[in-house]
Design a protein around this ligand. Sequence first.
Ligand SMILES: Cc1cc2nc3c(=O)[nH]c(=O)nc-3n(C[C@H](O)[C@H](O)[C@H](O)COP(=O)(O)O)c2cc1C
Length: 463
Amino acid sequence: MSKQISLNVFTMNCVGHLNGGLWRHPSDQAYRYKDLDYWVELALIAERGKLDAIFLADVLGMYDTYGGNADASIREAMQTPVNDPLLIISAMAYATQHLGFATTHSTTYIQPYLLARKFSTLDHLTKGRVAWNIVTSYLPHAAKNLGLDDLLPHDERYARADEYLEVLYKLWEESWDEDAVIRDVEKGVFTDPSKVHKINHIGKYFKVPGPHVCEPSPQRTPVLYQAGQSSKGRDFAAKHAEAVFTMYPTKDLVEDYIKDIRQRARNFGRNPDNIKIIPGFVPIVGETEEVAQAKYEAYKKFSSYDAALAHTGGATGIDFSQYQPTQVIADIKTEAHQGMLGIFARSTPGSASKHVRDWTMEEIAKTAALGSFMPVVVGTPDKIADWIEEWSSIGADGFNITELEHSGTVRDFVEMVVPVLQKRGIFRTEYKYKDLRSRLYQREQAHLPEDHPARTIVKEVVQ
Ligand SMILES: Cc1cc2nc3c(=O)[nH]c(=O)nc-3n(C[C@H](O)[C@H](O)[C@H](O)COP(=O)(O)O)c2cc1C
């Protein structure tokens, strides 16, 4: 059988995710982001297309670098306003049976003990259909509103996140035995206390005695998503993640990334095939090439220079308003989001950006407004499917379908491209597995696999 791909919808609980200015497009529905109807409709479309999951990005602050304030982000709805992604999942899960839900949470701003409970609860409510996108957060605005003077240094955020994961593995994997809950009415024992264990974690950043307050959920640990792009970020992803994501614009950048992540995974003693690599892309599909091109032109017309640079500037920590549209961006070091900068700063050490020429401000803005730096693939369903097959052949395990037009991008993809992928035998026609992790690995695998570092960490605690 041909290799089967994974497909996620990549979106956010806001008006403008990675599509600056597109809310002005007459068909865009993102203004309805506050309505459960809108999210349930999206979930039903995704489930109709047998997609793997809806992947919700999130940030905890505003993009306030551009011009030294958040005006552009506020004016142009660039990830502002942004509602909590977790709170919309229960409704979508109730309306569906198979679709997975990935949500972003930051290791920097919520205690691991609390995060463990949120995800255990959601994993119970969805019957094992949740993933956690682990981020360390790059917005100084979030840091300042969440009790810090400024953003923690980049590498320290990852060091802290590493210990954070250790705490979570202990809570999710070790704290409750599988048979702790017995619900013995006669003896009057709901849970056997001898099967619920403290974790006694004392580390550099966290002190958590435990036990976890939730009983084991179907997956115990939610499926772990991550998208670190810097060297530290890639190491973190290679150690912990089960699925990693890219926004690289070119095939050779993704190919380099795949080789690099798989090698780093081996260095952590993991089977490199147990880390799935999911590039993002923006499909613009039409029944004919002309229809698709016309859609593309309309999207370009509504895209916004300021919104795109407010987002890119906020994510990289650079105030792009100081540059002229024709100016080329030189090498700049940033504490915020080194991976994105590496794409267009030609000589950033350790980045794979040798494949990409220098960028002018205008090029950055025009590109970023339509899906950040992800490839935009415009054409007929067959052309989009050809592109998917070509990128799968370099080792991509699946793709993030990134919305330009809410929810038109996903609806068009499900109605026009999915049938072609199914006909070519590279995408499921029916859901097979109950939980999201098994679907990702395409085998019965509700819990973390044996080669995952969590297993070693937990064993060390037990001994
Ligand atoms: C597909 C994708 C999705 C991401 N989603 C989020 C998100 O929702 N919230 C966030 O704070 N960062 C998000 N990021 C940023 C990453 O977590 C990470 O900070 C970024 O890639 C920079 O990593 P680096 O600092 O290791 O270079 C995302 C990145 C990618 C590629």
